[in-house]
Design a protein around this ligand. Structure first.
Ligand SMILES: NC(=O)c1ccc[n+]([C@@H]2O[C@H](COP(=O)([O-])OP(=O)(O)OC[C@H]3O[C@@H](n4cnc5c(N)ncnc54)[C@H](O)[C@@H]3O)[C@@H](O)[C@H]2O)c1
Length: 386
């Protein structure tokens, strides 16, 4: 009942959406009172020619810049610290994040590290161990993470085999440039894996303990867009309508998750990636069906709504039948886009199961899952996904 709800919504940053929006990058930097930009990106974005376009726009706008292009997929703390040191030496600037979630997340941590000393791992503005970071402008080149919608970077602690969260509201992107043309060159496998991430964001947000009416509105529309357009974008990457719809869907799913939190699918996937290096979206797909089945008793109405959004509901069927149809449709989407796999194929041996369960349950992202499993139940779920 809305009359018993109480929620707070922080103001979102400016969005520049549409083909050619990259041309507004120079103006975005100067609107933040700076004429210098520290660009954080990765080698794949350089190879795709996107960094050259970014450099051209900045040059045309008389913005002085330096580029750090060594972010790896699932960025590590040591990479963030190396980039942070370079940004500190570069001085007062806007941090421009160009790439997928890895570059965007690394850039947020770099923006904090640039004005603080020590490792990014120890920077916590809320706890008083750090001051607010440099302003960030985000230019996503994948349609999946929605990382442009929030101030936390998901960074890998390679020694402890887990993902940790580095960030602050001060490094939530002040401007996000959503230019679908930048996603046209993303290969089919990466399009599929990142798109599944957006789907899971929306689905987990809808059932999260932290959901509210606003996050639900974002998530429901994201489910519709991703369900309709992900298979099209994977089958034909040059389909401009599919690319635009997916970039919007990913952004809406990001707005949803940033307001609600996520759940166990993400908690397990973070653990799997930390131990095996698996691609984030592929790790999600390996356990998606099992977690949705586990959550069914607490999340039947939400899953039934998802069935409607994916167009697989039947008006003559009961809520539980429609909820099961939603679970099957989510699984089918991961199959149709060739992302579905097993934990074994990702390199998880049976003796890793206890460690995966322990790490997933300790991940803060799992806190909002609607039906917390016991350690034993989670081991069973993981074993079934091997
Ligand atoms: N902060 C958040 O809200 C949030 C949410 C979900 C996931 N994440 C994190 O995001 C990361 C995953 O990000 P991702 O799935 O976007 O992948 P990614 O950033 O790791 O990129 C994957 C690969 O795709 C390449 N690539 C990206 N865009 C391209 C393009 N347009 N053309 C050609 N190649 C391109 C990159 O070079 C890279 O090699 C994980 O670390 C995950 O934990 C963060």
């Amino acid at each position: 009942m809305l009359s018993s709800e109480r929620f707070t919504v922080a103001p979102p940053g400016t969005i520049e959406f549409g083909e050619g929006a990259l041309q507004t990058l120079g103006a975005a930097v100067t609107s933040l009172g700076r004429t210098r930009a520290f660009v954080v990106t990765d080698a794949g974005i350089v190879r795709a020619g996107i960094v050259a376009s970014v450099e051209q726009v900045l040059t045309d706008s008389r913005v002085d810049f330096e580029v750090f292009s060594e972010v790896e997929p699932n960025p590590s703390m040591s990479t963030v610290d190396r980039a942070g040191e370079l940004a500190r030496r570069f001085g007062d600037a806007v941090v421009v994040a160009v790439g997928g979630g890895s570059s965007l997340d690394a850039a947020k941590a770099v923006a904090l590290a640039a004005v603080n000393s020590g490792s990014a791992a120890d920077l916590d503005v809320a706890a008083g161990t750090a001051v607010a970071g440099l302003p960030v402008v985000a230019v996503p080149t994948t349609a999946g993470t929605g990382a442009e919608t929030n101030g936390f970077g998901v960074i890998q602690d390679t020694a402890a085999h887990c993902k940790v969260y580095v960030g602050d509201a001060s490094v939530a992107p002040r401007v996000s440039i959503l230019d679908p043309a930048l996603t046209i060159g993303l290969p089919p496998a990466a399009t599929a894996a990142t798109g599944v991430d957006a789907l899971v964001h929306a689905v987990e947000s809808l059932t999260s303990r932290g959901r509210n009416p606003l996050s639900e509105a974002y998530a429901r529309h994201a489910v519709r867009l991703v369900g309709r357009w992900l298979p099209v974008a994977v089958a034909d990457g040059s389909n401009r309508e599919a690319r635009a719809q997916m970039l919007l869907g990913s952004h809406l799913a990001g707005l949803a998750l940033s307001r609600s939190g996520l759940g166990l699918v993400h908690g397990i996937a973070h653990a799997v990636t930390a131990y095996t290096g698996a691609v984030h979206g592929v790790a999600l797909a390996a356990v998606l069906e099992g977690v949705l089945e586990h959550n069914l008793p607490t999340s039947t109405p939400q899953y039934a709504a998802i069935a409607g959004d994916l167009g697989v509901d039947r008006t003559d069927a009961g809520e539980e039948t429609n909820a099961r149809a939603a679970i099957a449709a989510c699984r089918d989407l991961t199959e149709q886009t060739s992302v579905r796999t097993t934990l074994t194929a990702l390199g998880c041996a049976p003796d890793l199961v206890p460690e995966l369960a322990r790490t997933a349950l300790a991940d803060p992202v799992t806190r909002n899952t609607p039906r917390m499993p016991t350690d034993e139940a989670l081991r069973e779920l993981l074993t079934a996904a091997l």
